[in-house]
Design a protein around this ligand. Sequence first.
Ligand code: DQA
Length: 144
Amino acid sequence: MRVLVIHGANLNLLGVRDPGVYGTQTLAEIDAALVALGAELGIQVACAQYNGEGAIVDALHAARGAYDGAIVNPGAYSHYSYAIADAIAAIGIPVIEVHLSNIAAREEFRRRSVTAAAAHGTIGGFGADSYALGLRAMAKILEK
Ligand code: DQA
């Protein structure tokens, strides 16, 4: 099984960006932990980060046929990108949306995710563990 993890805008700055909200782990550390967890679960994990909306759409399209599932944190695009929502809905593989922070408990504009509506499910509020929980949930989906 192959799973692609897509990190969206500004997530390359994890570790230095608002650590009180997003934690102190860097993106490289999160990715390494996901690859290791994937090995335990029998899943080959690939990770990528893009700041551009179009690049995320392209990565989702490329995942079709190449991966069995995708885990996506679109960052702020979650709140308004119908293009990413459409791409998630179009690719025909399960997509789980994750957020480090609990977006439901944050500023008004972060409380709604338009991309989550297209995803299989959403996990948020657990810091870097949101990704690990997302990968475990994906393993269950792919088992079936
Ligand atoms: C985020 C939440 C978004 O509102 C924010 O713009 C991010 C990170 C999260 O993982 O908690 O960049 O997606």
